[in-house]
Structure formats: C-alpha cells, structure tokens
Write a protein that binds this ligand. Structure first.
Ligand SMILES: [Fe+2]
Length: 223
C-alpha cells in the first residue's frame, strides 16, 4: 500500500511573506514528495508494503528506508505545526511550558537557540519524554522523536532547503520569522492526544485514570 503525500493544511501562498510560495513549491512539492516516492519505491514488494501507517514503517526500518520514511513523517509534522492564522498558546499549555522551562520566554530562547546552532541538517523538536517532561532536542538528518519513544509536539525544519530561497544562509532570521506561524493549537493538541491515549499506562489518581483502570479490570474479567 503506497504512502500518500498529505494535503497541506493551508494554501501554498498562505504563509507569505514569511515562507514564500516558491519555497513551498520546492520544499513540499519536490523534497517532501521525493521522500514519499522513495519510501514507496523501497517498500515495494517487501513485507512493509502492507503497512498502513508511516510510523510502523519507520519503526521497522533502517538505512535508506528509515531516512526517507522518517523524513516523510517529519515533514508531515512540520506542515501541521504551521498556520497563517496563529492563536496564542492556551493558559493550560503555558502552565506546562512554565513547569518545565521556567517561563515562555526561556522556552522560546532555548528552542530558537538549539535550532540555530544545530550543526548541519536536521530538526529541532519540542517533545514529551518518557517521564512526561517537556524537552527540546536537536535531531540530526532524519532522526525523529518517535523512535526514542518520545511524543512529538512541535518541530522546525533546519535543513537548508527549508529556508534558502527566502533567507539564503540566514537560518536565525528564518527561525525567528517562522516562530510567528506556529500553530499552538496543534502543538497543544499533541499533548492532549498523549494524555487521552488509552494505550498509555495511567500514572496518576485522576478521574480519567481511575476510569481507564476500571475498564482494564473489566476487560480482564471478561477474558
Ligand atoms: Fe525539509
């Protein structure tokens, strides 16, 4: 089953002037499309051909296939993090940011600094680690949080193809400009998705966890 290139959540010129239509045409239409095409070519006639989820292909691959499949996933995630109509982060999300970074400004400084100083090509991520702590990581090339059992919340692409048309070699300016396009609603939704995922073990005494534990007990009795 072939992996599909996702539709962009905005028109190709919607992020102008921060990200030009020309950049989107190359970045999405050429680079992202190539990662999808390469993934499909590499899984053809293998046991991974039947995988429906890109995530499952990534977790069961290495080498060229891993690089292409992970890049397809990372780009999907990147596009979802951007919007031409951003809203400020919610109070609830800010609580989490303040808990783990001290303040929103400290979080922003660390995120942009790590993105600016990542050597070579790669991605900077806001992730929820296995201890449910928010962390910022520099990940080289196609590396992706999902193979580290972390939950991705936000990413910025720092491969040169993401900014060279609009910003030439000024990665810092690209990052600072891109900050104004972050879809905080999407970022927060990834936290909510994590906490609502019933496959995650409950770790507190909340009403939701008590309910999940009751349902699990019930299922054990039935089986
Ligand atoms: Fe990219």
């Amino acid at each position: 089953m072939a992996i599909q290139l996702i539709d962009l959540p905005f028109a190709q010129d919607a992020l102008e002037p921060i990200i030009s239509k020309e950049t989107i045409q190359y970045h999405y239409g050429k680079h992202h499309q190539a990662y999808v095409n390469n993934t499909n070519a590499l899984i053809k006639d293998t046991e991974l051909d039947n995988e429906i989820l890109l995530i499952d292909i990534i977790k069961n691959s290495d080498g060229m296939l891993f690089n292409n499949a992970a890049q397809a996933f990372n780009h999907e995630f990147y596009w979802m993090c951007l919007t031409p109509d951003p809203l400020p982060p919610s109070a609830k999300f800010l609580e989490l940011i303040t808990r783990d970074f001290g303040s929103f400004e400290s979080f922003k400084d660390e995120f942009l600094s790590k993105a600016a100083t990542l050597f070579g090509s790669g991605w900077v991520w806001l992730e929820l680690d296995i201890h449910e702590k928010l962390i910022i990581t520099q990940r080289a090339n196609a590396d992706t949080p999902i193979v580290h059992h972390h939950t991705p919340l936000l990413t910025m692409d720092v491969w040169e193809h993401a900014y060279y048309i609009d910003y030439r070699n000024d990665r810092k300016k690209y990052l600072e400009s891109l900050w104004d396009l972050i879809d905080w609603k999407f970022v927060a939704s990834n936290v909510i998705e994590y906490y609502n995922d019933l496959t995650q073990p409950c770790k507190d005494n909340s009403e939701l966890c008590t309910y999940i534990e009751q349902m699990q007990d019930l299922n054990e009795v039935r089986t």
